[in-house]
Each structure stands twice: as structure tokens, then as C-alpha cells.
Design a protein around this ligand. Structure first.
Ligand SMILES: CC(C)(COP(=O)(O)OP(=O)(O)OC[C@H]1O[C@@H](n2cnc3c(N)ncnc32)[C@H](O)[C@@H]1OP(=O)(O)O)[C@@H](O)C(=O)NCCC(=O)NCCS
Length: 184
């Protein structure tokens, strides 16, 4: 008899798609941004990222054809900097944020990055727990980094696996900054 867990995993594999963010995604992305962050990025910020920032790579996670999460990063020489990552509220706690983060890390490595960094609010225990699970370690504070409440940011870094396997070719070509503080 086929193992139920195996079938469940196989079904999840078929339903999940990682791909580059496009301009058509921005409406949905801004909705997720608003339900996820106290100082959400604007539509214009994402548009600028996708069209003018040649260092930027943004990807979305689709489940059954619907965008349920996204993440972005800047790739500069051999370092990647995660700008934001979010999963739509009803889909949280199912392992999808971790899948997305690991896909971003694989893509960054595939594009030549050796290390990856991010800032996270000192109060955001959930995200910090996710990052630690994925191999990030804390390396300092940026005092008063977040402009909405002057909260400190914890700086985290992770070393990237130099042989990440074949990253999805769709996600490897993702696009472009707003220049402001990141969400992640
Ligand atoms: C942070 C976020 C992306 C995590 O996505 P998610 O799909 O809910 O996370 P996952 O289900 O993949 O969980 C992966 C790990 O994250 C941590 N985590 C997830 N939910 C958690 C919770 N409610 N409390 C504590 N840790 C939690 C755990 O370490 C978990 O691993 P475990 O299941 O083995 O314990 C999601 O909560 C989110 O979008 N939050 C709002 C936006 C945000 O804060 N982004 C980060 C900015 S720095």
C-alpha cells in the first residue's frame, strides 16, 4: 500500500510553483504586504524593484495557481540580501515559508552568492525562528532601523551551500529597489 505521507508530499509538490514575480503580480503582492507588515511597501516600490533595480530578484510561491507568498533579495557580487518574505495569513504554519526561504537560498547560491543576510525586527520571534532553522545566525543590531516605531533590527547571516542542486530555472531569472528599509 502506498504510504499516505508520500502521496501527500507528492500532491503538495504538484500544487506548489516557484516563479519570478511579474508586474501583473504586484496587486496581490501589495495585499499580502499589507496583511503582513506594519510599514508595507507600496505598489510603486515593487514596480521600481521589478523594472529598475538590476540587483533585485523577486519570486512568488503559487499554490493551485494562486499566489500565496513572495520573497525578494538583492544580489551583489557574492552576497545576497533578503528584502522581504511573506506568506498569506491563512497559509502560514504549514511549512511554506520555510520552503520559500530555502528556494530563495538555493536561487541565490545558483546565481553565485556565497553568503546571505537580512534584517529582522527584534520582536519578530516567528521569523527569527524560521531563519535560525534555515541556518541563519545573529551578527549584530541596527538600532532604530524601522522608521515606523524605531524598532531595532537584528542582523542575521547564513553561509550558502555551494552546490545547491538545480534551482528552478524560472526562479533563477527573477527581476528588479525601492532603496528603503527591507521587511526581512
Ligand atoms: C515569517 C513567515 C514567512 C513564516 O512562514 P510560515 O509559512 O508561517 O512558516 P513555516 O510554517 O514554514 O514554519 C517554518 C518555521 O518558522 C517558525 N515558525 C513558524 N510559525 C511560527 C510561530 N507561530 N511561532 C514560532 N515560530 C514559528 C518555526 O521555526 C517553523 O519551524 P517548525 O515548524 O519546525 O517549528 C510568516 O509567518 C509571515 O509571512 N509572517 C509575516 C511577514 C514576516 O514577518 N516576514 C518576515 C520579515 S523579517
Amino acid at each position: 500500500m502506498e504510504d499516505r505521507e508520500t502521496r501527500k508530499e507528492a500532491r503538495q509538490e504538484r500544487e506548489l510553483v516557484f516563479r519570478s514575480m511579474t508586474l501583473d503580480d504586484i496587486g496581490t503582492i501589495v495585499q499580502i504586504e499589507r496583511e503582513s507588515f506594519t510599514a508595507p511597501w507600496s505598489e510603486e516600490a515593487f514596480r521600481t524593484e521589478l523594472t529598475q533595480n538590476h540587483f533585485a530578484r523577486y519570486m512568488v510561491l503559487e499554490r493551485d495557481g494562486t499566489v500565496i507568498g513572495y520573497g525578494g533579495m538583492w544580489l551583489i557580487v557574492d552576497e545576497a540580501h533578503i528584502t522581504n518574505i511573506a506568506i498569506r495569513q491563512p497559509f502560514r504554519g504549514q511549512g511554506l515559508g520555510e520552503r520559500l526561504l530555502r528556494e530563495m537560498m538555493r536561487t541565490a547560491s545558483w546565481l553565485g552568492a556565497k553568503r546571505i543576510t537580512l534584517e529582522v525586527r527584534v520582536s519578530n520571534d516567528t521569523a527569527q525562528s524560521l531563519y535560525r532553522k534555515a541556518g541563519f545566525y545573529p551578527s549584530g543590531l541596527r538600532p532604530g532601523y524601522y522608521s515606523d516605531n524605531r524598532e531595532d533590527a537584528l542582523i542575521m547571516w547564513a553561509e550558502l551551500d555551494p552546490d545547491p542542486g538545480a534551482a528552478d530555472s524560472e526562479t533563477a531569472g527573477a527581476s528588479e529597489t525601492s532603496g528603503g528599509e527591507g521587511q526581512a
